[in-house]
Design a protein around this ligand. Sequence first.
Ligand code: 1HE
Length: 259
Amino acid sequence: MDYLTYELRGEVAVLGLNRPGKRNAISDAFIEELALAIRKAEADAKAGVIFGHGPHFCAGLDLAEHVHKTPFEGVFGSRRWHEVFGWLQNGRLPWFGALHGAVVGGGLELASALQVRVADETAFFALPEGQRGIFVGGGASVRTARLMGVARMTDMMLTGRSVDAVTAERWNLVQYVVPEGRALDLAVTLAGKAAANAEISNYAIINALPRIQDMSADDGLFVESFIASFTATSPEAQERLNDFLQKKAGKVIRPGGGQ
Ligand code: 1HE
């Protein structure tokens, strides 16, 4: 692969955005490689991690390529990003992002499609589309707006505001902030924990939670009951529940590690 590194760490597929000379800007060829890598990870692994090589996570859309596109090519390009990022958000695997440096434009859109984001203290977040005369096209108006709220996103897009990792956590853009250089290790550790869950539970968490957010409360509760019953009566759930009842499974631990 030209734009990605791919590594299997146990049951976790680790994908590295690998175009550091262009700050991991995503071109058409890059998105196609990402598509292949996601499908490979779904076959090989039980969870995935995406990180960036070089000084930044991702500078977003490849503007040098984009400047030559017709309006229609732009639409199809955006729809392809939606399709591929959709495999991350509503696919088979839980995905964890390890973020550092610039997480901007399409880079933030990519990160927003993952389930869990770990940022190190160097990470900064921006949506410079307004300054570039374009609009978000990789899902931010839906996914990123739902994470941080439309008022914050509007401010970022209108004013070019850039926010640091601590603010991003306060705004619900990331779930963890760690010291510089530590995001990948934590993301892989967290992905390993998710990989140990029942696959059907992970699938329900990934696919049902975002959909239920889009339903009315009554519809959401109704759907929840069916998913709860379907997962709880699966053979894997029966085994795991019996393991706990026979004291063969770990207890829930307190924050900090004690029981
Ligand atoms: C690029 C891109 C890119 C860098 N497309 N080539 N995204 C942006 O508007 C962000 C634009 N990038 C930046 O603001 C900065 O590059 C960074 C803050 C991310 C990094 O700064 P720095 O000083 O580390 O790197 P640099 O010197 O600016 O860039 C290094 C090279 O990468 C340089 O090329 P070179 O040939 O002169 O060495 C840059 O031109 C190139 N480069 N970013 C193409 N994005 C589906 S819709 C999504 C919409 C968007 O994503 S819009 C936001 C686009």
